[in-house]
Write a new protein. Structure first.
Length: 194
């Protein structure tokens, strides 16, 4: 499916700023809890469709609906309770490195539309055998079920890495360890000089 260039509401057409940077800015606005819901909606509308979209308040609801559809690349929005494994804002350095390694595209110099950007993210190398871009290595780590690991020291290394790479909106999960496991963790930290 091709990235749309315009959004139509009634007899009005609004040019969409299709740059992937604009879409990421819309996500920053959507996640900004320091502003109210109405201001966030206006910020997204203005950023995506331009200031002329603010002139027609009767179109706000439809424009916000179209913005959500556009930002989800025309696909159904994933379940709200599904734990995310990537954040475009927090992971931008990983995304840039992965685009450079897989596609030889320098995102600091290149501009592309949001839908192409997402298609390329979905096509980044990802293999369980280890041949994987850095972004997908981290995404795989975030999704990995550490409870499957029997070796306590190895499990702790994985849990530490998951905490290090955790997304900001994730809540810390407390791990209940037996005394033996806690002793092993303490020894691990001691060997690291903590």
């Amino acid at each position: 499916m091709k990235c749309p260039q315009y959004a139509k509401v009634g007899d009005r057409q609004y040019k969409i700023n299709t740059s992937f940077r604009t879409a990421i800015r819309c996500q920053e606005i959507a996640q900004d809890k320091s502003i109210g819901d109405f201001e966030r909606a206006l910020g997204i509308i203005c950023t995506l469709f331009g200031t002329e979209a603010l002139d027609n308040s009767e179109d706000y609801e439809k424009l916000l609906e179209l913005a959500k559809k556009y930002l989800s690349c025309g696909k159904e929005i994933e379940e709200a309770n599904k734990k995310p494994d990537m954040n475009y804002i927090k992971d931008m350095d990983l995304i840039e490195a992965s685009f450079m390694s897989d596609y030889h595209i320098d995102l600091t110099q290149e501009d592309m539309d949001w839908w192409k950007f997402n298609n390329l993210i979905n096509g980044l190398s990802n293999s369980e055998l280890g041949n994987c871009c850095i972004l997908n290595n981290i995404r795989n780590l975030r999704r990995f079920d550490a409870s499957k690991i029997k070796d306590t020291a190895e499990k702790q290394k994985i849990l530490e890495a998951q905490r290090f790479w955790a997304l900001d909106n994730e809540e810390e999960q407390e791990v209940n360890l037996t005394k033996e496991q806690q002793k092993s963790v303490d020894e691990f930290y001691k060997s690291l000089g903590f």
